[in-house]
Design a protein around this ligand. Structure first.
Ligand code: T4K
Length: 376
């Protein structure tokens, strides 16, 4: 019997009737966008769910990050210094680096830790110069960075911290929502994420001053009909996306539990296999099971990451090499950067594979994927 294709993820979908119920008032009122009532309702629900003081919703995670950088004034700080630098990691989706560069800032790539693939705090200080304005670390795969160490470095050197929390929706550390760390955190609500609004994103922050700034930046800098105060763009979340968010947020806990079952099954099947390294759950952290990365050591496992990827793709199992190439090795960055200075990120990007994980993935399919991978 031919099996269906399995992809690295599959969007979480609410019941269609429930979505229709949420969008009916939008049809009736003809209020489709520009921070309408559905936007506001979802914003409040999310502030509650994420346990953050302030949250601004965006058209996607990328624009949320670009505008968080803008709101914090990093570009202007950089210009005063004759070109600002931002310390970040190359082991991420390219969006993180693009957001920095598109703000006329220079990314400075710091290496990552082997344990959880987040920025290595011990390597940050050596990269700080008199042009450094901020650190933009990534809670990659939903793993929380060493927020305490990063905060201490930032305070010592007077730097801003913006977290790319695109993968970390709903993750918390000892009961504190991940969006509370640093000056701001960006979340992505893309279709492929644990929580989706089709396309969408948000910036969480705790300084009330950023509320109006972000609100204006994503709406052309308009304060009121006759007053435009900044050179903003257009990055508002529309009402249909917000309605999708409301439906999906109602199912969040159930969705995370189902992901946990998939995660636990992979763990059970792959723990202790020679040459396979799994990402341990972090202590005191409530995870969201957003990705399931596996590191392959070809010498010990017998097959390389690329061999496993190709072999199981033949069976219509589409894993992904998140994140390969490392950003500093991408065509648009390699000339100026390259991975020589970030050997750990380089090695991880060459040998890591993210396996399918989503709510609807059957445990029998997890077993099947493991059987195929482990076949000698
Ligand atoms: N920072 C980080 C660390 C990020 O990971 C991301 C996004 C961002 C910033 C920026 O946030 P956004 O601006 O995107 O909100 C995907 C996503 O497009 C992207 O959101 C995500 N990271 C990245 C890690 O993955 P691709 O190029 O791998 O997507 P694609 O189209 O190949 O989709 C992957 C699989 O997902 C498909 O094989 C099937 C499934 N899928 C895809 C779509 C589009 C669905 O089930 N439903 C869908 O609608 O980038």
């Amino acid at each position: 019997e031919k099996k269906m294709s399995i992809y690295v993820t599959r969007s979480s979908m609410p019941d269609i009737e429930e979505y229709i119920k949420e969008i009916r008032p939008i049809f009736e009122s003809c209020r489709l966008t520009n921070m309408g009532p559905v936007y506001k309702k979802m914003q409040h629900m999310l502030i509650d769910y994420l346990g953050v003081p302030y949250l601004s919703l965006f058209v996607n995670g990328h624009m949320a990050l670009e505008m968080a950088i803008q709101a914090l004034g990093l570009k202007e700080m950089g210009e005063k210094l004759g070109g600002g630098e931002v310390i970040t990691t190359p082991f991420t989706f390219v969006s993180t680096t693009h957001a920095i560069v598109r703000n006329n800032l220079k990314p400075v790539f710091c290496d990552i830790r082997r344990s959880d693939y987040t920025i290595d705090p011990e390597k940050i200080e050596a990269l700080i110069t008199d042009k450094t304005v901020a650190i933009i670390p990534v809670h990659v795969y939903g793993n929380i960075c060493d927020v305490g160490a990063i905060q201490a470095i930032a305070e010592k050197h007077g730097l801003k911290v913006i977290y790319d929390a695109a993968h970390a929706f709903g993750v918390s550390y000892r009961g504190t929502g991940v969006g509370n760390f640093g000056d701001a955190s960006m979340f992505s609500f893309h279709a492929t994420k644990v929580f989706n609004t089709i396309e969408g994103g948000a910036v969480a922050f705790h300084d009330e001053r950023y509320r109006r700034v972000l609100h204006e930046l994503k709406n052309f800098g308009i304060r009121n009909e006759e007053d435009v105060v900044s050179v903003g763009g257009n990055a508002k979340m529309n009402e249909f996306c917000a309605a999708m968010g409301i439906c999906n947020l109602n199912r969040m806990d159930e969705c995370i539990l189902k992901r946990k079952a998939v995660h636990d099954r992979y763990f059970e099947r792959l723990t202790g296999i020679e040459g396979i390294h799994l990402c341990e759950l972090q202590t005191d952290v409530m995870p969201n099971y957003s990705y399931f990365p596996v590191y392959f050591d070809k010498c010990r496992f017998g097959k390389s990451r690329d061999e496993v990827y190709a072999e199981i793709k033949e069976q219509e199992i589409h894993t992904r090499k998140y994140f390969y190439p490392a950003v500093n090795d991408m065509r648009c960055y390699i000339e100026d950067y390259g991975t020589q200075k970030t050997p750990v990120a380089h090695d991880i990007s060459l040998n890591i594979l993210t396996l399918p994980i989503y709510e609807e993935l059957a445990l029998e399919d997890v077993d099947w994927i493991c059987d195929l991978m482990l076949k000698k």
